[in-house]
Design a protein around this ligand. Sequence first.
Ligand code: ZN
Length: 776
Amino acid sequence: MELDRDWATASSSAAVLLVMGTRWTCPGPSLFVLFCCAMAQGDQDSDQLYNETMAKAFLQFYERTAQVVWNRFMEAAWNYVTNITKKNQEEMLYKDVEKSQHTLYFGTRARLFKIANFQDPDVKRMLSKLLNVDKAALPKEELREYNQILAYMETTYSMAQVCLNEGPCLPLEPDLEEVMATSRDQKELLWAWQGWRDAVGRQLRMTFERYVQLSNKAAKLNGYQDMGALWRSKYESDSLQEDLEQLFQELQPLYLNLHAYVRRALYRFYGPELIDLRGPIPAHVLGNMWAQSWVNILDLALPFPEKPPEDITKIMQGQHWKPEKMFQEAEKFFTSMGMLSTPPEFWTNSMMERPTDGREVECHASAWDFYNGQDFRIKKCTEVTIEDLLSIFHQMGHIQYFLQYKNLSVIFRAGANPAFEEAVGSVVTLSASSHKYLLNRGLLSQQHQDKEEEVNFLMSVALEKIAFIPFAYLMDLFRWKVFDGTIEKDMYNQEWWNLRLKYQGLCPPIPRSEEDFDPGAKFHIPASLPYIRYFLSLVLQFQFHEALCKASGHMGPLHHCDIYNSKEAGKLLEDVLKLGSSKPWPEVLEKMTGETKVSTKALMTYFKPLLNWLVTENVRQGEILGWPDFSCSFEERETGRTAFLGMELNPDQVRSGQWTLLVLSFVMLLAVLLLGRRLYTLEKTSLTQDTSTQDTRSQGTQSQSPRSQDANAIEPASKTYFLGIAMEPHQVVKRQWMLLGLCLFLMLCSIGLIIRIFTQHNRKPLWMRDEWGSWD
Ligand SMILES: [Zn+2]
């Protein structure tokens, strides 16, 4: 009854102090009575102790304590990421351990309840959620190490900078991101791209290996195969991976058409030196550090460049927008739908801009719930741009979710699944980026959009959302494979690029090696944040959008819809958000959309006009969808053509050239061997003849006439020919030796050339070689 005693003693606040080494809110008189009963019954049958009534008391106890412990951790974590110092890191790590102890304490006890016999589905669901204690399952020392690794990785990422030769060092936000977005100089882009990966990825390589080991150990202690399996368990679905793959396949026509179209646009701008019309796109010219969104190169890829969209960023700057106004604008959207407004603390506690007091901060945008029902914050280094305005709408979607479920148990204070959390803000950005909304908010002046302008508009949305599809998918495909061991640690970078080639049709602009760790240069990998939620959310947000537009009474094309001001849409959204994670997500989805499955139908409807235009355009240009040529823009392939013996040839011609050379050198080898053999015999004969001639001469002087001596000496020489010319044997031998030398020299040259061609081929990483096959 060791556990029983623990649990019973934990019912007094003094005991809690003992167990956790920290101050907790007293669970209250009714709970206290219950726990006294538990103590009294301590020696009775455990079935009675772990019954449903006791489970409810246990959960209430958990509730009160968790709110305090989580709040304290969130405070410490916030203090750290908004002021990165050693002291703040220590404080955060301390609070993190405290939170883990709490999680472990309740997780191990939750196991003792016989949930199968319980009636209340909420109690069953809550207890089952407590069973997963995540990293808290690790032994104390390893937990400490794991937390330190996580802090190290995230901080390395947040503090990294890339330095100019003789100038200042640039952080990712806003400087490097701006270079990637606005520069059209491929050397400058490469500098930022490579610099960022050297500054972050390379530094994390070794640590990441240990992170994987400890993650898997924690997962196994929770009863999962590996950490990937634990991450996937949040979706409560046995067919998650197959379902995701199917969604991905359904979206392929859109992505492949966009890819081919954008590749052509880049080819027009950068030329054949950089872009191969049959190959993958170099990852540094797509307007984004990770090539996950291509919207920043809209200017290069505008379907109707004679009708450019208005520059909303410029309009915002002209209207003197400030970051706070951008947050107010986003909040107004939710309140216009009759949804909740943020409490005053939000406006005083949030970090809306990068501080100017010299503090080191983590700039990656995020929304925070402090689990006390009144403190919610956003951290973002806002710049006045339309992209940041839409990103704030997204973050405010998280805050709205927090506000809506704040009265649920902390166990249910989460999205129906992680993708729901991401989809809420994004669904609002779909309305907020519509022409109707922007016009009403004074951010556009042109009253109407014609068909061509609509295609331009849809292209801008597609460059943001469709371009993101394969990236959002492969981020976790990569980590799942790392966690389950399919990708071994000496292949991390190579396999990363294999996936980027296979799914995104991208290649690195310069050769990469296993010294590099390019996945580490993306925030969610050092921050250990799962990513598949963004992929699912991408599909889900259109499904939500369609349902909310329908509720708002919208008629006409889906991309015209704006749910601003619609109380009906607001009510529907609110009803769903209020549920938190208290119900299985298919139920929640059904409540909003009438469907129980995630579907690409709404997304395809939204982009239908663009897809039609893209297909026509790509057929007109004779585009090849996919990337059958795997060559990248390394020095070997400067154009679609390859240099071969100083000539610019296409790959097929080069291949025939290589074969011809190979055959030629074999022929030469044979010729050399035959010639060598002939020479050997000839020389042997000539030596014999020379000797016999000399012998004959010496004998002849004694016995034969001078005339017959001459005839004997000249006779064999007159029969020796070289290339049809009769000459003396010693001359023939000399020339044949020269020929043999020449043949040998030519053969060596050919072999040298062949070796060079093959090593050039083999110098390419595995993922760039033809044997990796085509994928389309
Ligand atoms: Zn988000």
